[in-house]
Design a binder for this molecule. Structure first.
Ligand SMILES: *Cc1c(COP(=O)(O)O)cnc(C)c1O
Length: 373
């Protein structure tokens, strides 16, 4: 079975095997692995140990997003979030429920964020200290230009948090070139092609030092993780870490290196996306994002207009043919999403398109055009 979902992704057998060993997280031998993975991630993000730290947090992407919001925004602190889609809305909810004051910037969801709109919204409200940007909006498949957005945030003297959960490992991240970024957050199980249960933030040390004590949560305080894991402690995790998942991530990072780094991985994902995108059009389906703006992570397809269309039925038919896709959509209009990330190639995407063609026949869908509103 190939997972064509936006995480957890299809992984290599060696990565899964690395999780199959017993490890003692408090043993001294584990500390080298624990620190080694942090170093590798810091370098991947373009960070230097003098200015940035890679901070692990057990759990999923929501957890690390919440930790970044709590750590870098004081209670009541205001963050502007361009409303790219479902994941931007999740950032807003995480901030609100943590007692921060998020401001959702309504934008068109079928085109990339306009940096000028971010600049205007920040200029209009000097009480907003941060912009929260979803790098790759997994609900739609669009990618944000974090260089251009970062430049306007920097120009206005504001700070930025980047949700790179479905980006890191493929899309470029260079924290050294972005002094406005307090933290970039991500998990092990998307473009890094590791296993789920582990998240990281690449955070600025000066901002961590300035943010001590404001998280309002011990579990989700990156400043506390920084002091325990990097400075004060002896390299020991704060609480029990997912040691096996860290070991698997270390193996996954070997494969990322072997592939030639994020640039080459991005090229493979782009080839996956291109094969999928063109193939879906060839079999008569309608896509959500224009080809010029389509990102390499996930492709969003409009539901066929046929009355026989049924997402779960389609997912089940496709599963019988060896491909698993998401069984929910994150857009206001119905559709389905296909992930282009993970240990898969354009050859797999060709197979997936052929299987989708057959699965539509299986469930009796003849009219593959888009439903008119
Ligand atoms: C997957 C994802 C998350 C986090 O999802 P979890 O289910 O909490 O791991 C956050 N943001 C984006 C953009 C994502 O793609």
């Amino acid at each position: 079975m190939l997972l064509l979902i936006p995480g957890p992704v299809t992984t290599r057998p060696e990565v899964r095997a690395a999780a199959g060993v017993d490890l003692a997280p408090w043993d001294f031998d584990f500390r080298d692995l624990y620190a080694g993975v942090r170093d590798r991630l810091l370098r991947l993000a373009g960070g230097a140990p003098e200015t940035h730290a890679a901070l692990p947090l057990p759990g999923c992407g929501h957890f690390i997003n919440e930790a970044a919001l709590r750590t870098f925004l004081p209670p009541g602190g205001r963050i502007l979030v361009p409303g790219t889609g479902g994941y931007a809305e999740r950032m807003v909810r995480l901030a609100r429920e943590a007692g921060r004051d998020p401001v959702l910037l309504e934008i068109d969801r079928d085109r990339p964020i306009d940096p000028a709109a971010v600049a205007a919204a920040l200029a209009a409200d000097p009480t907003i200290t941060h912009a929260g940007i979803v790098y790759s909006e997994t609900a739609t498949g669009l990618v944000a230009d974090i260089d251009a957005i970062g430049a306007v945030v920097r120009a206005q003297g504001r700070r930025m948090l980047v949700d790179a959960v479905s980006a890191f490992g493929a899309l470029p991240v260079d924290v050294a070139a972005h002094p406005e970024i307090d933290a970039v957050v991500f998990t092990a199980n998307k473009c890094l092609e590791g296993l789920p249960g582990l998240a990281y933030a690449i955070a600025r040390i000066d901002r961590l030092e300035a943010s001590v004590g404001q998280a309002g949560s011990w579990s989700f305080d990156l400043a506390d993780i920084y002091h325990q894991v990097v400075t004060r402690g002896d390299g020991r995790p704060r609480f029990t870490p997912p040691a096996q998942i860290i070991n698997a991530l270390n193996t996954a990072l070997d494969f990322l290196e072997e592939e030639g780094g994020p640039e080459n991985r991005l090229a493979r994902y782009q080839a996956n996306m291109g094969t999928l995108y063109d193939g879906l059009i060839r079999i008569g389906l309608r896509l959500y994002v224009a080809r010029a703006w389509q990102g390499p992570i996930i492709v969003n397809v409009h539901a066929p207009a046929d009355p026989q269309w049924n997402l779960q039925g389609f997912v089940d038919a496709l599963k019988r043919r060896g491909y698993l896709i998401s069984n929910f959509h994150n857009t206001p209009t119905p559709g389905f999403r296909v992930g282009c990330i993970g240990a898969i190639t354009p050859y797999d995407m060709d197979g997936a398109v052929a299987a989708m063609d057959r699965a539509l026949v299986d469930i009796g869908v003849h009219n593959r055009g888009e439903k008119s509103a």
